[in-house]
Design a protein around this ligand. Structure first.
Ligand SMILES: Cc1cc2ncn([C@H]3O[C@H](COP(=O)(O)O)[C@@H](O)[C@H]3O)c2cc1C
Ligand SMILES: O=C(O)c1cccnc1
Length: 337
């Protein structure tokens, strides 16, 4: 059972999470300095390895059991405001595709040796249209957070949260506007590829959403409840669970980062266990990462979601820990240091 039944309790549980292990980081750094390579010659991979060591509380971190959890949800705003280039039924059709193994994320997950779990949340009951009032009641939002919380499997040593939800770049842009300020134009983008009039409808939807949900601007969890969707709340719940259990997380693109941003704004330090896997081609993603002081591992022009960018970055983190944990020291190899 998840240890919270209200948004306030969720916040408290997250705020009580322990930090990373300084002793393990120091040990990892000392080990790293003895490995058969010029000092810090692996650049960001060395930083990643030491960061992984701190969260896994060992100088020899692993990526043996990575998990990718995809959460799916539908949004009232999608049909009410025609904010996507695709119809809402694609959400459920793609869930079937994930289950059959036919989506991009299935192939990437297999290629990096990650377990993939799929969590469809109430697809036949879209959230309420956030331009008319809150997208979710507190009960609905908490229930989605709990689904994310419970989705993180025991033994996972690296976690990725992915999403599927037609219209969710509009929800993510609305959350970003509420959390970071500025105007909706700063945060709205093309998503699946809307045209100019689609872009305008997205901006207008975000404007209306903020106007009817004034609490969203002053309280991050209210922003999630009023403007988010079930899959976005579930991603936030899973990233919070990973924080509490000291499991390192790789963030995916625009929507995943918006879910994470809610946690960062609710509790300082809530994203200490997170790396940005990639910078999405969705224009505002770069800005969101800058605001969160996250430096993406990859920039591949991807704008898919499903956890796909983060899944590709699993191989980068795995390469980092493979060197940290598998390399010989100068002494062991008889190399002059
Ligand atoms: C076939 C298909 C597969 C997808 N996989 C992820 N998304 C991505 O597109 C959606 C967000 O874009 P928007 O806000 O424009 O609807 C999300 O479902 C996201 O995961 C997909 C979208 C489609 C059409
Ligand atoms: O950045 C993403 O993850 C993204 C961008 C566009 C559409 N779906 C997802």
């Amino acid at each position: 059972m998840a240890p919270f039944t209200t948004l306030a309790e969720f916040r408290e549980v997250l705020a009580a999470a322990p930090g990373s292990d300084q002793f393990a980081r120091d040990q990892a750094e000392a080990r790293n300095e003895r490995l058969t390579k010029p000092l810090r010659a692996l650049g960001r991979l060395d930083d990643l390895a030491i960061w992984m060591a701190g969260w896994q509380r060992t100088p020899k971190p692993t990526v043996d059991r990575p998990q990718i959890a995809i959460f799916a949800g539908n949004h009232g705003v999608t049909t009410a405001r025609a904010v996507s280039a695709y119809p809402a039924e694609v959400t459920e059709q793609m869930v079937l595709n994930f289950q059959a193994g036919g989506a991009a994320i299935n192939q990437i997950a297999r290629s990096v040796g990650a377990r993939l779990t799929v969590h469809a949340i109430d697809l036949h009951r879209p959230t309420a249209d956030f331009t008319q009032g809150p997208a979710m009641t507190e009960e609905e939002c908490v229930s989605a957070l709990q689904i994310g919380w419970k989705a993180v499997e025991d033994g996972t040593d690296l976690f990725v949260a992915g999403e599927m939800g037609i219209g969710n770049t509009t929800a993510a842009a609305a959350i970003a506007t509420a959390l970071f300020g500025g105007s909706p134009c700063d945060w709205v983008g093309r998503g699946t590829g809307v045209d100019e009039s689609g872009l305008l409808r997205k901006v207008e939807a975000v404007e209306a959403g903020l106007a009817v949900n004034p609490g969203a601007r002053t309280n991050a969890l209210e922003a999630l409840r009023c403007l988010g969707g079930r899959e976005i709340a579930a991603m936030a719940g899973s990233i919070a669970r990973a924080r509490v259990d000291s499991i390192p997380v790789i963030l995916d693109g625009f929507i995943c980062t918006a879910a994470a941003a809610v946690l960062a704004r609710a509790v300082p330090g809530a994203l200490d266990h997170v790396q940005a896997g990639h910078q999405s081609a969705e224009a505002a993603h770069r800005n969101m990462l800058l605001r969160l002081e996250l430096d993406p591992l990859l920039t591949l022009g991807m704008r898919l979601g499903e956890g796909s960018g983060a899944a590709v970055a699993i191989s980068v983190v795995r390469a980092a820990v493979a060197c940290q944990s598998g390399m010989a020291s100068f002494d062991e190899a008889g190399v002059t240091g």
